[in-house]
Ligand binder design. Structure first.
Ligand code: EPZ
Length: 428
């Protein structure tokens, strides 16, 4: 096992280039199955969720070749299976996308209920409701969701809540359904638009992605394509907060500033300078940080995936800030870790009250999930002294080369191996 060791206090300076979006890539790889010809996908981030996605594709008989560090060639012509076993599905939430893509491709799917970050209950009832509307029957045995259909048929689907996974999953299956599917109350996240663009580049007929009504007219055949994934909104937002937390001056390249607007506006309100360019943003910290109230919401609202990072920044601000988490039931697990570093935060259900103390002190902490891990890194970069972060495998699920990128910006961060004896002692 490994951990990050960070000596805090260095101002981040220089340039960083953002990788392809995790949450777009983990939908686009399963969607590639729908093609009848090979596809090439560029700007794939090097993260463990992609490794797991490739393992699942391989297990289904799909040929995958790495053309270079960020480009995959995927040939789904000879797909042989329709089962994603628990050993693979448990490693990431996005394994649920193989339900929609397998259903669309071959009309049958057996996918173990997905794993992923523990953010409270994460049902998939809306996905199943959508598949049922498209004329698929579902059942569940031994933790495996079974879906099958004689013939997918377009329909009107209204989601009870905005669901990213549900929208993407139904969109994939509906591409191959007979006739028109209309998804209402659809998610509008940038990765939903990216998935729709990818599917359209293979010959799908999807309109309205990025609005709350998406119309999909089914087609018989999807063909090969060469497609480049959008930059990662959350990785970019995380580096923006890192620059702010260290009173730094960082040019964040390969971003879509429009996707970052809700983060930019909050940072500016807190006293951080954010300059927008065509495909980059410069973040300059150093002015006293002001308190802010934040409520997470579906896009274009403030993303839940940035909540732990911005909360950490607010511990460094003057005054009381209130954070309301409205997407997930349990996304404040990291607060106990921040308290170890001197943060003053109280949590009541989905609301956290942060009394800014202006400083954090280094301590041994752990990543409780992916974005919580990013929050610990931010805390460690800003803190006085040394912070050691365990369970960094969560961070590696979604941040491409984060420690290397941070070192290039002047951070004192290294990854060290935890001796086996220490791991065993902790387990006792
Ligand atoms: C996606 O999760 C992302 N994961 C999450 O990214 C992100 O936090 C989340 O969307 C919200 O933006 C991927 O894209 C792989 P939802 P997902 O369906 O699809 C409830 C990260 O850090 N719901 O939009 O699981 C659900 O419980 C992560 O990168 C149902 O009740 O999220 C939640 O409260 C973690 N029934 C809300 O809706 C359903 O059938 C939104 O969930 C589906 C969802």
């Amino acid at each position: 096992m490994e951990k990050y060791v960070i000596r805090g206090g260095n101002r981040l300076q220089g340039e960083v280039t953002i990788s392809g979006a995790k949450n777009a890539a983990v939908a686009i790889l399963p969607a590639a199955l729908l093609s009848d010809e090979p596809v090439i996908i560029e700007n794939i981030p090097t993260i463990s969720d992609i490794d797991w996605s490739i393992k699942i594709l391989n297990c289904l008989g799909v040929e995958v070749r790495m053309l270079n560090r960020s480009t995959l060639w995927i040939d789904p012509k000879n797909i042989t299976g329709h089962t994603v076993p628990y050993e693979l599905a448990k490693n990431m939430r996005a394994s649920y996308y193989f339900l929609g893509s397998l259903l669309g491709k071959i009309g049958v799917a057996d996918v173990a209920l997905p794993g992923g970050c523990d953010l409270g209950t994460r049902p998939i009832d809306q996905h199943l409701k959508g598949f049922a509307a498209l004329n698929a029957v579902d059942s569940m045995e031994n933790g495996i969701v079974h879906l099958e259909t004689e013939h997918l048929t377009g329909n009107r689907i209204y989601f009870d809540m905005v669901t990213v996974g549900g929208t993407a999953n139904v969109m994939m299956a509906a591409c191959k359904a007979d006739g028109l599917t209309i998804i209402e109350n659809a998610a509008k996240e940038p990765h939903i638009v990216d998935l729709a663009n990818f599917l359209n580049s293979m010959g799908a007929d999807i309109m309205g992605a990025g609005t709350d009504v998406i119309k999909i007219r089914g087609v018989d055949h999807l063909h090969g394509t060469q497609y480049s994934i959008i930059p990662d909104q959350i990785e970019a937002g995380t580096f923006m907060v890192m620059a702010a937390a260290t009173a730094g001056n960082v040019l964040i390249r390969n971003v879509i500033p429009k996707h970052l607007e809700c983060i930019t506006v909050k940072l500016q309100k807190m006293g951080v300078t954010v300059e927008e360019y065509d495909d980059s943003v410069r973040v300059i910290g150093g002015a006293p940080l002001q308190k802010a109230n934040i409520k997470t919401l579906p896009y274009p609202g403030f993303p839940t995936d940035m909540q732990p990072q911005i909360s950490t920044l607010l511990t460094l601000a003057e005054g009381i800030s209130i954070i309301t988490e409205s997407i997930f039931d349990s996304r404040f697990k990291y607060v106990d870790q921040l308290r170890r570093m001197g943060a003053d935060i109280s949590v009541d259900g989905k609301v956290a009250v942060i009394q800014g103390t202006g400083r954090l002190k280094g301590a041994p902490v752990k990543a409780t999930d992916l974005r919580a891990g990013a929050a610990m890194i931010i805390a460690g970069l800003a803190a006085e002294g040394i912070t050691e972060i365990e369970d960094i495998h969560y961070v590696e699920r979604g941040y491409d080369g984060i420690e290397k990128k941070l070192r290039a910006l002047g951070a004192d961060i290294k990854k060290v191996i935890i001796p086996e004896e220490a791991v065993l002692q902790q387990a006792r």
